[in-house]
Write a protein that binds this ligand. Structure first.
Ligand SMILES: NC(=O)c1ccc[n+]([C@@H]2O[C@H](COP(=O)([O-])OP(=O)(O)OC[C@H]3O[C@@H](n4cnc5c(N)ncnc54)[C@H](OP(=O)(O)O)[C@@H]3O)[C@@H](O)[C@H]2O)c1
Length: 325
Protein backbone atom coordinates (compact mmCIF):
# COMPACT_ATOMS: atom_id res chain seq x y z
CA UNK A 1 0.00 0.00 0.00
CA UNK A 2 1.00 3.67 -0.21
CA UNK A 3 1.88 5.39 3.06
CA UNK A 4 3.78 8.43 4.24
CA UNK A 5 7.10 7.62 5.86
CA UNK A 6 9.74 9.84 7.48
CA UNK A 7 13.14 8.46 6.36
CA UNK A 8 14.91 11.42 8.01
CA UNK A 9 13.36 14.01 10.37
CA UNK A 10 13.08 17.54 9.04
CA UNK A 11 10.76 20.10 7.48
CA UNK A 12 7.53 19.28 5.63
CA UNK A 13 9.57 17.80 2.75
CA UNK A 14 10.65 15.00 5.15
CA UNK A 15 7.26 13.36 4.50
CA UNK A 16 7.75 10.84 1.68
CA UNK A 17 5.08 8.81 -0.14
CA UNK A 18 6.34 5.22 -0.05
CA UNK A 19 5.30 1.64 -0.80
CA UNK A 20 5.03 -0.42 2.38
CA UNK A 21 3.40 -3.72 3.39
CA UNK A 22 -0.27 -3.42 4.34
CA UNK A 23 -0.82 -4.21 8.05
CA UNK A 24 -2.74 -7.35 9.10
CA UNK A 25 -5.23 -7.01 11.98
CA UNK A 26 -4.20 -8.85 15.15
CA UNK A 27 -6.62 -10.32 17.70
CA UNK A 28 -9.09 -7.66 18.84
CA UNK A 29 -8.20 -5.33 15.96
CA UNK A 30 -9.88 -4.22 12.76
CA UNK A 31 -8.29 -2.96 9.56
CA UNK A 32 -9.67 0.19 7.99
CA UNK A 33 -9.38 1.10 4.30
CA UNK A 34 -8.68 4.79 4.81
CA UNK A 35 -11.01 7.43 3.30
CA UNK A 36 -9.20 10.30 5.03
CA UNK A 37 -6.70 10.98 7.81
CA UNK A 38 -6.75 13.95 10.15
CA UNK A 39 -3.57 16.03 10.51
CA UNK A 40 -2.62 16.89 14.09
CA UNK A 41 -0.02 19.25 15.52
CA UNK A 42 1.67 16.20 17.10
CA UNK A 43 2.35 14.81 13.60
CA UNK A 44 4.47 17.88 12.81
CA UNK A 45 6.52 17.19 15.96
CA UNK A 46 6.93 13.52 15.00
CA UNK A 47 8.11 14.62 11.53
CA UNK A 48 10.77 16.82 13.15
CA UNK A 49 11.99 13.96 15.35
CA UNK A 50 10.59 15.38 18.61
CA UNK A 51 7.71 12.96 19.23
CA UNK A 52 8.50 9.31 18.60
CA UNK A 53 5.68 6.76 18.54
CA UNK A 54 5.33 4.66 21.71
CA UNK A 55 7.67 1.60 21.66
CA UNK A 56 6.56 -1.19 19.34
CA UNK A 57 4.09 0.98 17.41
CA UNK A 58 4.15 1.91 13.71
CA UNK A 59 6.29 4.89 12.80
CA UNK A 60 3.89 5.93 10.03
CA UNK A 61 2.33 9.19 11.30
CA UNK A 62 -1.42 9.79 11.67
CA UNK A 63 -3.53 9.70 14.85
CA UNK A 64 -7.01 9.41 13.34
CA UNK A 65 -8.80 8.20 10.20
CA UNK A 66 -12.16 7.56 8.68
CA UNK A 67 -12.87 4.76 6.24
CA UNK A 68 -14.41 1.34 5.73
CA UNK A 69 -13.61 -1.80 7.73
CA UNK A 70 -11.96 -4.24 5.28
CA UNK A 71 -10.77 -6.99 7.66
CA UNK A 72 -11.40 -8.01 11.28
CA UNK A 73 -9.09 -9.89 13.63
CA UNK A 74 -9.97 -12.77 15.98
CA UNK A 75 -12.43 -11.96 18.73
CA UNK A 76 -13.90 -8.82 17.15
CA UNK A 77 -17.69 -8.96 17.41
CA UNK A 78 -18.78 -5.31 17.25
CA UNK A 79 -17.54 -4.47 13.72
CA UNK A 80 -17.92 -6.26 10.37
CA UNK A 81 -16.35 -5.80 6.95
CA UNK A 82 -18.10 -2.91 5.17
CA UNK A 83 -18.84 -0.79 8.27
CA UNK A 84 -18.21 2.94 7.76
CA UNK A 85 -16.15 4.08 10.73
CA UNK A 86 -13.69 6.58 12.13
CA UNK A 87 -10.98 5.71 14.62
CA UNK A 88 -8.52 7.03 17.18
CA UNK A 89 -5.03 5.69 16.42
CA UNK A 90 -1.65 5.47 18.10
CA UNK A 91 -0.19 6.10 14.61
CA UNK A 92 -0.35 4.81 11.05
CA UNK A 93 -3.17 6.97 9.68
CA UNK A 94 -1.22 8.53 6.78
CA UNK A 95 -1.73 5.37 4.71
CA UNK A 96 -4.19 3.51 2.52
CA UNK A 97 -4.89 0.96 5.27
CA UNK A 98 -4.41 0.95 9.03
CA UNK A 99 -5.11 -1.45 11.91
CA UNK A 100 -6.66 -0.32 15.19
CA UNK A 101 -7.99 -1.93 18.41
CA UNK A 102 -11.75 -2.43 18.03
CA UNK A 103 -12.44 -0.30 21.14
CA UNK A 104 -10.96 2.78 19.44
CA UNK A 105 -13.39 2.61 16.52
CA UNK A 106 -16.55 4.72 16.24
CA UNK A 107 -19.37 4.64 13.70
CA UNK A 108 -19.49 7.56 11.25
CA UNK A 109 -22.18 9.79 12.81
CA UNK A 110 -25.40 10.07 10.78
CA UNK A 111 -25.29 13.10 8.48
CA UNK A 112 -21.48 13.31 8.39
CA UNK A 113 -19.61 12.64 5.14
CA UNK A 114 -17.23 9.64 5.32
CA UNK A 115 -14.17 11.80 4.51
CA UNK A 116 -15.14 14.57 6.95
CA UNK A 117 -15.53 12.04 9.79
CA UNK A 118 -11.70 11.84 9.94
CA UNK A 119 -11.81 15.30 11.55
CA UNK A 120 -13.59 14.03 14.66
CA UNK A 121 -11.87 11.27 16.70
CA UNK A 122 -8.74 13.04 18.00
CA UNK A 123 -10.40 16.35 18.87
CA UNK A 124 -13.55 14.78 20.32
CA UNK A 125 -11.55 12.35 22.49
CA UNK A 126 -9.02 14.98 23.60
CA UNK A 127 -11.64 17.58 24.47
CA UNK A 128 -14.07 15.18 26.13
CA UNK A 129 -11.39 13.47 28.25
CA UNK A 130 -9.69 16.67 29.37
CA UNK A 131 -12.45 19.24 29.67
CA UNK A 132 -15.24 16.98 30.93
CA UNK A 133 -13.81 13.73 32.40
CA UNK A 134 -10.74 15.38 33.98
CA UNK A 135 -11.65 19.04 34.59
CA UNK A 136 -15.38 18.38 35.07
CA UNK A 137 -16.61 21.56 33.35
CA UNK A 138 -20.09 22.44 34.60
CA UNK A 139 -23.01 24.44 33.17
CA UNK A 140 -22.64 28.14 34.01
CA UNK A 141 -18.86 27.91 34.48
CA UNK A 142 -16.41 30.01 32.44
CA UNK A 143 -14.18 28.01 30.10
CA UNK A 144 -11.08 29.44 28.40
CA UNK A 145 -9.54 27.60 25.44
CA UNK A 146 -6.29 28.91 24.00
CA UNK A 147 -5.94 28.66 20.21
CA UNK A 148 -9.72 28.75 19.77
CA UNK A 149 -9.51 28.34 15.99
CA UNK A 150 -7.33 25.20 16.15
CA UNK A 151 -8.70 21.74 15.47
CA UNK A 152 -8.92 21.22 19.23
CA UNK A 153 -10.30 24.71 19.85
CA UNK A 154 -13.15 24.49 17.34
CA UNK A 155 -14.41 21.28 19.01
CA UNK A 156 -13.83 22.59 22.55
CA UNK A 157 -15.89 25.75 21.90
CA UNK A 158 -18.84 23.76 20.55
CA UNK A 159 -18.90 21.14 23.32
CA UNK A 160 -18.49 23.69 26.13
CA UNK A 161 -21.28 25.81 24.62
CA UNK A 162 -23.50 22.71 24.47
CA UNK A 163 -23.11 21.99 28.21
CA UNK A 164 -24.01 25.60 28.96
CA UNK A 165 -20.58 26.97 29.85
CA UNK A 166 -19.53 30.52 28.96
CA UNK A 167 -16.68 30.22 26.47
CA UNK A 168 -13.60 32.44 26.18
CA UNK A 169 -10.93 32.01 23.50
CA UNK A 170 -7.57 33.37 22.47
CA UNK A 171 -6.57 33.55 18.80
CA UNK A 172 -4.11 35.49 16.67
CA UNK A 173 -6.41 37.33 14.25
CA UNK A 174 -9.84 38.97 14.02
CA UNK A 175 -10.88 36.51 11.29
CA UNK A 176 -10.17 33.61 13.64
CA UNK A 177 -11.95 35.29 16.55
CA UNK A 178 -15.00 35.92 14.35
CA UNK A 179 -15.17 32.21 13.49
CA UNK A 180 -14.83 31.33 17.19
CA UNK A 181 -17.78 33.64 17.93
CA UNK A 182 -19.89 31.87 15.28
CA UNK A 183 -19.10 28.57 16.98
CA UNK A 184 -20.26 29.87 20.36
CA UNK A 185 -17.40 31.77 22.03
CA UNK A 186 -18.48 34.93 23.88
CA UNK A 187 -15.21 36.33 25.21
CA UNK A 188 -12.73 36.92 22.38
CA UNK A 189 -9.08 37.80 23.03
CA UNK A 190 -6.56 38.61 20.30
CA UNK A 191 -3.41 37.35 22.01
CA UNK A 192 -1.21 39.48 19.74
CA UNK A 193 -2.80 42.72 21.02
CA UNK A 194 -4.47 41.96 24.34
CA UNK A 195 -3.64 40.33 27.67
CA UNK A 196 -5.99 37.40 28.28
CA UNK A 197 -5.77 37.72 32.08
CA UNK A 198 -7.02 41.33 31.94
CA UNK A 199 -9.66 40.68 29.30
CA UNK A 200 -11.04 37.67 31.16
CA UNK A 201 -11.13 39.57 34.45
CA UNK A 202 -13.02 42.44 32.76
CA UNK A 203 -15.52 40.11 31.08
CA UNK A 204 -16.21 38.04 34.24
CA UNK A 205 -16.18 40.80 36.93
CA UNK A 206 -12.90 39.43 38.27
CA UNK A 207 -14.10 35.81 38.51
CA UNK A 208 -11.68 34.36 35.92
CA UNK A 209 -11.82 30.93 34.25
CA UNK A 210 -13.14 27.86 36.04
CA UNK A 211 -11.47 25.63 33.45
CA UNK A 212 -8.62 26.44 31.05
CA UNK A 213 -7.57 24.16 28.16
CA UNK A 214 -4.01 25.18 27.31
CA UNK A 215 -1.83 24.43 24.28
CA UNK A 216 1.05 26.77 25.16
CA UNK A 217 2.62 25.19 28.26
CA UNK A 218 5.48 27.11 29.87
CA UNK A 219 4.88 30.45 28.15
CA UNK A 220 1.33 30.77 29.53
CA UNK A 221 1.75 28.95 32.88
CA UNK A 222 2.08 32.03 35.15
CA UNK A 223 -0.74 33.91 33.40
CA UNK A 224 -2.98 30.83 33.27
CA UNK A 225 -2.66 30.47 37.05
CA UNK A 226 -3.48 34.20 37.41
CA UNK A 227 -6.51 33.76 35.15
CA UNK A 228 -7.93 30.81 37.15
CA UNK A 229 -11.04 31.31 39.27
CA UNK A 230 -11.20 29.96 42.82
CA UNK A 231 -11.20 26.13 42.58
CA UNK A 232 -10.23 26.49 38.89
CA UNK A 233 -8.70 23.67 36.84
CA UNK A 234 -5.92 24.28 34.32
CA UNK A 235 -5.37 21.40 31.89
CA UNK A 236 -2.20 21.60 29.79
CA UNK A 237 -2.30 19.51 26.61
CA UNK A 238 0.34 21.25 24.46
CA UNK A 239 3.78 22.74 24.89
CA UNK A 240 3.92 25.11 21.91
CA UNK A 241 5.40 27.70 24.30
CA UNK A 242 7.97 25.45 25.97
CA UNK A 243 8.15 22.73 28.63
CA UNK A 244 9.64 24.39 31.73
CA UNK A 245 7.84 27.28 33.39
CA UNK A 246 7.52 28.86 36.82
CA UNK A 247 4.50 27.83 38.89
CA UNK A 248 3.38 30.30 41.58
CA UNK A 249 2.24 27.81 44.24
CA UNK A 250 1.16 30.67 46.55
CA UNK A 251 -1.43 31.86 44.04
CA UNK A 252 -2.49 28.31 43.21
CA UNK A 253 -2.89 27.46 46.91
CA UNK A 254 -4.96 30.58 47.66
CA UNK A 255 -7.22 29.71 44.74
CA UNK A 256 -7.33 26.02 45.69
CA UNK A 257 -6.53 25.47 42.01
CA UNK A 258 -5.38 22.42 40.07
CA UNK A 259 -2.79 22.13 37.31
CA UNK A 260 -3.03 18.94 35.25
CA UNK A 261 -1.12 17.83 32.13
CA UNK A 262 -2.15 14.90 29.96
CA UNK A 263 -1.35 13.04 26.75
CA UNK A 264 -3.88 10.93 24.87
CA UNK A 265 -1.51 8.99 22.61
CA UNK A 266 0.45 7.39 25.45
CA UNK A 267 -2.63 6.05 27.28
CA UNK A 268 -3.13 2.25 27.41
CA UNK A 269 -5.59 0.72 24.93
CA UNK A 270 -8.19 0.08 27.69
CA UNK A 271 -8.17 3.75 28.76
CA UNK A 272 -8.56 4.89 25.17
CA UNK A 273 -11.51 2.52 24.77
CA UNK A 274 -13.15 4.07 27.86
CA UNK A 275 -12.70 7.57 26.42
CA UNK A 276 -13.99 6.48 22.99
CA UNK A 277 -17.07 4.91 24.65
CA UNK A 278 -17.73 8.16 26.55
CA UNK A 279 -17.39 10.16 23.32
CA UNK A 280 -19.85 7.84 21.59
CA UNK A 281 -22.32 8.28 24.46
CA UNK A 282 -22.00 12.04 25.01
CA UNK A 283 -20.57 13.67 21.87
CA UNK A 284 -21.95 11.53 19.02
CA UNK A 285 -25.62 12.41 19.72
CA UNK A 286 -24.72 16.12 19.46
CA UNK A 287 -23.00 15.50 16.11
CA UNK A 288 -25.89 13.40 14.82
CA UNK A 289 -28.33 16.18 15.82
CA UNK A 290 -26.24 18.69 13.86
CA UNK A 291 -25.48 20.74 17.00
CA UNK A 292 -21.74 19.98 16.87
CA UNK A 293 -20.01 19.83 13.49
CA UNK A 294 -16.50 19.04 12.31
CA UNK A 295 -14.82 22.29 11.20
CA UNK A 296 -12.66 21.55 8.16
CA UNK A 297 -10.09 23.97 6.80
CA UNK A 298 -8.77 21.96 3.84
CA UNK A 299 -8.35 18.57 2.21
CA UNK A 300 -5.06 17.52 0.56
CA UNK A 301 -4.15 14.36 -1.38
CA UNK A 302 -2.08 11.99 0.79
CA UNK A 303 0.79 12.46 -1.66
CA UNK A 304 0.78 16.17 -0.73
CA UNK A 305 1.14 15.58 3.02
CA UNK A 306 4.03 18.09 2.95
CA UNK A 307 1.64 20.84 1.86
CA UNK A 308 -0.76 19.91 4.66
CA UNK A 309 2.02 20.19 7.26
CA UNK A 310 3.22 23.48 5.76
CA UNK A 311 -0.34 24.82 6.06
CA UNK A 312 -0.55 23.78 9.71
CA UNK A 313 2.81 25.31 10.54
CA UNK A 314 1.88 28.58 8.81
CA UNK A 315 -1.26 28.50 11.01
CA UNK A 316 -3.46 29.86 8.24
CA UNK A 317 -6.09 27.18 8.91
CA UNK A 318 -9.27 27.28 11.00
CA UNK A 319 -10.26 23.82 12.23
CA UNK A 320 -8.97 20.56 10.82
CA UNK A 321 -6.72 19.70 7.87
CA UNK A 322 -7.40 16.35 6.16
CA UNK A 323 -5.37 14.01 3.92
CA UNK A 324 -7.20 11.94 1.33
CA UNK A 325 -5.44 8.84 -0.11
N1 LIG B 1 -2.11 16.15 25.01
C1 LIG B 1 -2.89 15.61 24.11
O1 LIG B 1 -3.37 14.50 24.27
C2 LIG B 1 -3.22 16.37 22.86
C3 LIG B 1 -4.09 15.84 21.89
C4 LIG B 1 -4.38 16.61 20.75
C5 LIG B 1 -3.82 17.88 20.61
N2 LIG B 1 -2.97 18.35 21.57
C6 LIG B 1 -2.37 19.71 21.48
O2 LIG B 1 -3.40 20.63 21.29
C7 LIG B 1 -2.90 21.75 20.54
C8 LIG B 1 -3.80 22.00 19.34
O3 LIG B 1 -3.66 20.91 18.45
P1 LIG B 1 -4.23 20.96 16.96
O4 LIG B 1 -3.87 19.70 16.30
O5 LIG B 1 -5.64 21.39 17.04
O6 LIG B 1 -3.30 22.10 16.34
P2 LIG B 1 -3.50 23.38 15.42
O7 LIG B 1 -4.81 23.31 14.70
O8 LIG B 1 -2.27 23.54 14.62
O9 LIG B 1 -3.56 24.56 16.47
C9 LIG B 1 -2.48 25.21 17.04
C10 LIG B 1 -3.02 26.52 17.59
O10 LIG B 1 -2.04 27.19 18.38
C11 LIG B 1 -2.43 28.54 18.37
N3 LIG B 1 -1.42 29.44 18.93
C12 LIG B 1 -0.16 29.68 18.49
N4 LIG B 1 0.44 30.60 19.30
C13 LIG B 1 -0.48 30.93 20.25
C14 LIG B 1 -0.47 31.83 21.36
N5 LIG B 1 0.63 32.55 21.69
N6 LIG B 1 -1.57 31.91 22.14
C15 LIG B 1 -2.67 31.18 21.86
N7 LIG B 1 -2.75 30.32 20.82
C16 LIG B 1 -1.66 30.20 20.03
C17 LIG B 1 -2.70 28.80 16.92
O11 LIG B 1 -3.51 29.94 16.83
P3 LIG B 1 -3.18 31.22 15.87
O12 LIG B 1 -3.11 30.67 14.47
O13 LIG B 1 -4.33 32.11 16.12
O14 LIG B 1 -1.85 31.75 16.30
C18 LIG B 1 -3.45 27.52 16.53
O15 LIG B 1 -4.84 27.72 16.65
C19 LIG B 1 -1.47 21.41 20.14
O16 LIG B 1 -0.59 22.02 21.05
C20 LIG B 1 -1.44 19.89 20.30
O17 LIG B 1 -0.16 19.38 20.53
C21 LIG B 1 -2.67 17.61 22.67
Amino acid sequence: MKAITIPKPGGPEALVLSDVDAPEPGAGEVRVKVAAAGVNRADTLQRQGFYDPPPGQTDIPGLEVSGVVDAVGDGVTEWVVGDEVCALLVGGGYAEQVTVPAGQVLPVPKGIDLVDAAALPEVACTVWSNVFLTANLQPGETFLVHGGSSGIGTMAIQLAREVGARVAVTAGSQEKLDRCRELGAEILVNYREQDFVEELAKATDGHGADVILDNMGAKYLPRNVQALATAGRLVVIGMQGGVKGELDLGTLLRKRGAVIATSLRARPVAEKATIVAAVREHVWPLVTDGRVRPVIASRHPLADASAAHAEMEASTHIGKILLVP
